[in-house]
Ligand binder design. Structure first.
Ligand code: OGA
Ligand code: MN
Length: 283
């Protein structure tokens, strides 16, 4: 078994991986070790990487097929697998998804087979702001009071992308009929087993959850808020300060993340994301 040279970022989430060049050919042994480290540490950081859109896609594809995002306007020309996250405007148009993701979520939790993980590459980020914050849903799960954990183990949540989009995305154009058709509400268990390790994790991506299954929106909201406040507290979190050349892989099955604010009027931030297709959620 190959051992990676790792430095943990916190005791419960994250590790920096040294001496791995993601743009160069990687042996199956090293790739297997990277994949295992993602499953165990939930977030992996690789510094000073020199990727192109194509090498970013090639590396990411080893984890599985890549998603093509519902918002195709924000994907890179000629590379529909790359979702651009940026505040930059060219020719009067945003080149990427902007002003979003500032609330905790897990990518594509609103589809029936939510993403396994995302590979996020920093091309430009202002100093001292625009960080990304993560929480470990493994750690949050393990720290829940036993009674709440047992209750949640039996619950499912209804995710509704279209409902959420219509209540918040005032800066973005309305969804087309096709986009609406392609993103119907879905249900996921609130606690799932990690497919690679079997470890139990909370699985809650609060922004898209409309209600707990079998419960009204009104009754669900305070419970969801209490759980979200608990899970996203400082005890389970890691905040990543970006440098150009950073690549972060996060496991969407065991983490939440959100973008931290920055001066969107005057600074430039440019990130590329690939999103790995997932599997069914299993209790
Ligand atoms: C994302 C995302 C956070 C950030 O691209 O999935 O949530 O810090 N990004 O831009
Ligand atoms: Mn995201």
């Amino acid at each position: 078994m190959t051992d990676l040279n790792l430095t943990e970022l916190t005791p419960f989430i994250g590790a920096e991986v040294h001496d791995v060049n993601l743009g160069a050919p990687m042996s199956d042994e090293t790739f297997t070790a990277v994949k295992r480290a993602v499953a165990e540490r939930s977030v992996l950081l690789f510094r000073d990487q020199d990727l192109t859109p194509q090498s970013h896609i090639d590396f990411s594809s080893r984890f599985g097929a890549l998603e093509k995002h519902v918002l195709q306007d924000f994907c890179l020309d000629g590379h529909p697998e790359i979702f651009v996250v940026s505040n930059i405007m060219e020719n009067g148009k945003h080149i990427g998804a902007f002003g979003g993701s500032k609330e905790y979520h897990s990518d594509l939790a609103y589809i029936s087979e939510p993403s396994k993980g995302s590979v996020f590459r920093c091309l430009e980020c202002p100093d001292g702001e625009g960080e990304t914050e993560f929480v470990s849903l493994f750690a949050a799960h393990d720290a829940l009071p036993a009674e709440k954990r047992a209750w949640l183990a039996e619950q499912s949540a209804v995710y509704d992308y279209v409902w959420d989009y219509s209540r918040r995305q005032t800066q973005r154009p309305p969804l087309s009929d096709e986009q609406i058709h392609n993103t119907p509400p879905v249900t996921h268990p609130c606690v799932r087993s990690h497919p690679e390790t079997g470890r139990k994790t909370l699985f809650l991506s609060p922004i898209w959850i409309r209600n707990f299954e079998g419960m009204s929106e009104e009754d669900s909201a305070p419970i969801l808020k209490e759980l979200t406040d608990f899970a996203t507290g400082p005890d389970f979190s890691y905040r990543h300060s970006w440098r150009a050349g950073d690549v972060l892989i996060w496991d969407n099955r065991s983490t939440l993340h959100k973008a931290c604010p920055f001066d969107e009027e005057n600074s430039r931030r440019l990130m590329h994301r690939t999103t790995i297709t997932g599997e069914q959620t299993v209790r």
